[in-house]
Design a protein around this ligand. Sequence first.
Ligand code: AMP
Length: 325
Amino acid sequence: MRILTGLKPTDNQLHLGNYFGAIKPMMMLADKFQDAEIFLFLANMHGLTQLHDGNQLKQNSINILKLYAACGVDLKRFIIYNPADIPGHAQLNRVLTCLTHMGFMERMHSYKEALDKGTAKEISVWVFCYPILMAADILLYDADIVPVGKDQKQHVEYARDIAIKFNNKFWETFKIPEPYIKPEVWTILGIDGRKMSKSYNNYIWLLDDEKTILKRVKQIPTSTQTVEEPKNPDECNVYKICKLFLTPEEDKELRKRYEAWGLSFKDAKEYLYEKIIAFLMPIQKKYAEISDQEIIDLLHKNAEKVNELANKKIKDIYKKIWFSL
Ligand code: AMP
């Protein structure tokens, strides 16, 4: 079985939301499917549409892969690769684009959302076409499972529909991928109680220093309840973030402290700060030990193997559509 997922290197950092919402579920999935091959690719062709700076894209890619490794992603097991080394992505994208109609693409939620904000003339061609490139990224490797957030489910459905259409029109060629939807519980809140996101400026980066983390924790808004008043942990942002770092026993203990009297929000924030530091410092230490070159070498090494696989698939596809005579 093959699991495939991409990461878009449009930022040079990752935050706690990325860790608990993407990296951790990915590692858990890898544990669950011990025999699966796991393909993790840099979605830099998708990233290029947002970031027109090659050097930045390169450095972001390296930093993010180093962070994945520092967080515990086993890069001996996860096959990381760069589609820029593998012409098959662009080749298959071209073939699939020829088979896809405007009306089919116009049903896309993300396109409709973009239309709600402006006119079709202002929307990038990429927004309209990106599920086709995503379909190529997935179908090129006969992926069985594609882990995505709920908002990306429709894009995997596009890949499925495109694959079915191709298989019906030509010969059985593509495996039909299954989306693996990450549960809602994996939505991580930022310091203001909204979804943690770079655009809301409510994040804690995995590489933030202690001073910045303390400042961020202090910024978490709390109610005006006094120390003496029992508190509902489920209504407290400090608790909601803290919960991510707790064992079930620690969680039970903290909930008890909230529900009894005597816990100030200052105490709760200090506790959260200590938990975040205990979690992030080992990651930061490991990150500092990984060199950029190690990541570049691994990408080059994997490119050979992945390219071989992709070329084989492209040959088969070209044969099926009579490109190769
Ligand atoms: P982004 O950089 O926002 O495209 O996110 C990259 C990955 O991290 C996606 O798989 C998201 O689902 C995940 N992610 C980002 N922010 C959060 C969050 N606040 N909660 C859960 N997952 C998140």
